[in-house]
Ligand binder design. Sequence first.
Ligand code: DX5
Ligand code: ZN
Length: 217
Amino acid sequence: MLIAPSILNADFANIKSEIDRVSNSADWLHLDVMDGHFVPNLSFGSAMVRAVKQNTSLPVDVHLMITEPEKWIMDYVSAGADNVSFHFEATNDSVEIAKKLKSRGVNAGLAIKPATPFHAVADILFNFDLLLIMTVEPGFGGQKFMTEMLPKIKTAREFINASGLKIKIQADGGVNLETIKSAAEAGADVFVTGSVVYGSNDPSQTIDILRQIISSQ
Ligand code: DX5
Ligand code: ZN
């Protein structure tokens, strides 16, 4: 079970100290790249990924919400990303991109929007290290967790286990103290947590509490 705080709600002017606030408790740092096309919002690009990488020893988990990710992935590899997830809906070349990432020693993640059913990606999943299931519409932090995505997480978990694959399932969007347990029970094993962590007074303690919730029976 891994907790990956999203820095989307962090103070970008003090990114080093913002990273330090979670460095003893987070497993990965999740970086949401938004291009203003694939999603209506604009966030940051590979320069931010490089800056974060230079200021942390945590794995850097990049979530690309951009059109034509095939044009840009190498910028994120060069910036030092450890994982790069891109959207299935944004490209016709998902498997090619995964191969390219893996040839550079980077973990490949396939992200799917709420409207994309699991069966659309089942056949190509073996090419990936990570399946990112959006539990909100991508674009903004602070939205409400879509409980109707829980059956999708469950289906993905059953498929992955039955196939003997070692692919992590990441729940992204609206994961907080109230919703993390149901995401874990459905089968997610990586939890992106944005506003609940950086919106709290003590981000590190909040991560510890989230961890306790998922490990309690
Ligand atoms: C949404 C992003 C999420 C989001 C997480 O497009 O992919 O990573 O910022 O933030 P919260 O936890 O606030 O939903
Ligand atoms: Zn994300």
